[in-house]
Design a binder for this molecule. Structure first.
Ligand code: MG
Length: 201
């Protein structure tokens, strides 16, 4: 399976990163070794001193597809979950400076914790979500603020990559990204349901 992540999909997050609001989706990949499941802890890597949380809604692809039309894109995912796109912000800044690829900053082992999933039929049209660190809400988003809708993202990505059952799409983070530290507990909520809870070690 593969993990596809959308960058800068909420205008307020693009602004906090001093990045332009994109005119077409920006995306990158993480390997399956980035996944953390079952609320297992995240081990702070020694190559970074600035790991940031980015809470994101995650689509689970339920059917293989290529060149999917946007109007049919909803048929390719049934479940939505929540995850963290961990980012080594210090390494990312160096990569950006030199115009180098981001993988070291984005795709390292454990950089994609993911929680349990909910059938999209049980969710409202605009989905709210938030992240608590040590019980305090640090990021709050709603899909009504997406620059590119879930369906637009599925259609766009599938022009370049065949989507396969079980692939995950991280759909972008709202504003409020920030550092994590050893000992922190991260809890991510989709609407009022806590779907992800793990510790930084
Ligand atoms: Mg992200």
């Amino acid at each position: 399976m593969k993990i596809i992540c959308i960058g800068r999909n909420y205008a307020e997050h693009a602004k906090e990163m001093n990045a332009a609001v994109p005119t077409e989706p920006v995306f990158f990949l993480k390997p399956d070794t980035a996944l953390i499941k079952d609320n297992q802890p995240f081990y702070y890597p020694d190559f970074s001193k600035e790991i940031h949380h980015e809470v994101e809604l995650v689509l689970k692809i339920s059917k293989a597809g290529k060149n999917i039309e946007q109007e049919f894109a909803h048929k390719y995912y049934e479940e939505i979950g929540i995850g963290i796109d961990f980012t080594a912000r210090d390494i990312q800044a160096k990569c950006k400076e030199k115009g180098l690829p981001w993988e070291k900053a984005k795709a390292f082992d454990g950089s994609a914790p993911v929680g349990s999933f909910i059938n999209k039929k049980e969710l409202p049209a605009s989905i709210g979500f938030h992240l608590n660190v040590n019980g305090k809400t640090v990021q709050k988003g709603n899909t009504k603020d997406l620059l590119f809708s879930f369906d637009a993202v599925v259609a766009y990505v599938s022009k370049f990559f065949t989507l396969k059952t079980g692939d995950l799409i991280y759909t972008g983070t709202p504003e409020g990204v920030g550092p994590v530290a050893i000992g922190d507990r991260l809890e991510a909520y989709l609407e009022e349901q806590k779907l992800l809870s793990f510790e930084i070690r």
